[in-house]
Ligand binder design. Structure first.
Ligand SMILES: [Ca+2]
Ligand SMILES: [Ca+2]
Ligand SMILES: [Ca+2]
Ligand SMILES: [Ca+2]
Length: 273
């Protein structure tokens, strides 16, 4: 191909990618695998339809802080949030676990924490520990990346920056990016119809039978930049999303603050020499 023509095609391709917007890639069960340790589930591979991205357990271990607001109150990363432990569905969004999973630390007081659900369970994210939502209940969850880390969406609609696993594949969930300056992106909705089965099921304390765990990989719009976390919102009409896990790309970058600190350290080092 003529060099000028090739250049034109390449720039057209880049422009098309930049305008790609948000794309949802259903989880593909044939590209997904996990292992059970007793009743605790470790994700080993997570693949998506029409995406080159393959995630694994490491993508789910980037969360270092967060808070959940439900109909009872607001609970920080390590705060003991009250759970529904039986037939009562009085908490709109709360920690819940597989019937066969290891109990939460606060099991005897009917509590659980965000750090248990979204942090490391001895080296992996325990997919048997989730946030259970109620049918018409509302809750808001902020999850924050590790200090000094930031996510910038690329301009490739086939690469997944954010993955969401939901118990049942029968609920919707609203998503916003949280920028490093504290502002929020516009919202996108993960719709239940966009999800695909992981291949495993989950029966928790709050429900009386097993349901398929489904999920989606999201290629975020290229305008989603400088993200230090995400806000997830469940609202009336979304059928009580049950959040099993949230993964992000491992291609995180240092935040401007972290870069400034790094730069200062380099300058100090130079002055000392
Ligand atoms: Ca509940
Ligand atoms: Ca992408
Ligand atoms: Ca659900
Ligand atoms: Ca059960």
């Amino acid at each position: 191909m003529h060099a000028t023509l090739l250049g034109t095609f390449l720039s057209l391709g880049a422009a098309a990618s930049a305008l790609a917007g948000t794309d949802f890639h259903a989880v593909s069960s044939s590209l997904t695998s996990s292992v059970l340790h007793g009743g605790d589930r470790e994700l080993t591979a997570l693949g998506f339809v029409t995406s080159s991205s393959v995630q694994n357990g490491s993508n789910f271990l980037h969360w270092a802080d967060g808070s959940l607001t439900n109909n009872i109150g607001t609970y920080g990363w390590t705060a003991a949030m009250p759970r529904d432990m039986g037939s009562s569905n009085s908490v709109s969004g709360n920690a819940d676990r597989a019937d066969s999973a290891t109990p939460f630390g606060g099991e005897s007081s009917s509590t659980g924490t965000l750090s248990e659900v979204f942090g490391s369970f001895g080296g992996y994210k325990n997919m048997s520990w989730i946030i259970d939502g109620e049918d018409n209940g509302a809750w808001t969850l902020d999850l924050l990346l590790g200090a000094g880390q930031m996510l910038n969406a690329d301009a490739d609609s086939n690469t997944v920056e954010l993955s969401i696993l939901e118990r049942g594949g029968n609920s919707d969930l609203r998503v916003r990016g949280i920028r490093s300056d504290g502002s929020f992106t516009s919202a996108i909705d993960m719709l239940r119809g966009a999800t695909g089965a992981t291949g495993w099921t989950l029966d928790t304390i709050e429900i009386g039978g097993s349901q398929s765990v489904k999920g989606v990989g999201i290629s975020l719009d290229a305008s989603w930049q400088n993200l230090v976390g995400f806000r997830f919102e469940a609202a009336n009409g979304m059928n009580g999303p049950d959040l099993v896990g949230v993964g992000v790309t491992n291609a995180l970058v240092p935040s401007p603050g972290a870069l400034a600190l790094l730069g200062a350290a380099v300058l100090v080092g130079r002055r000392r020499r």
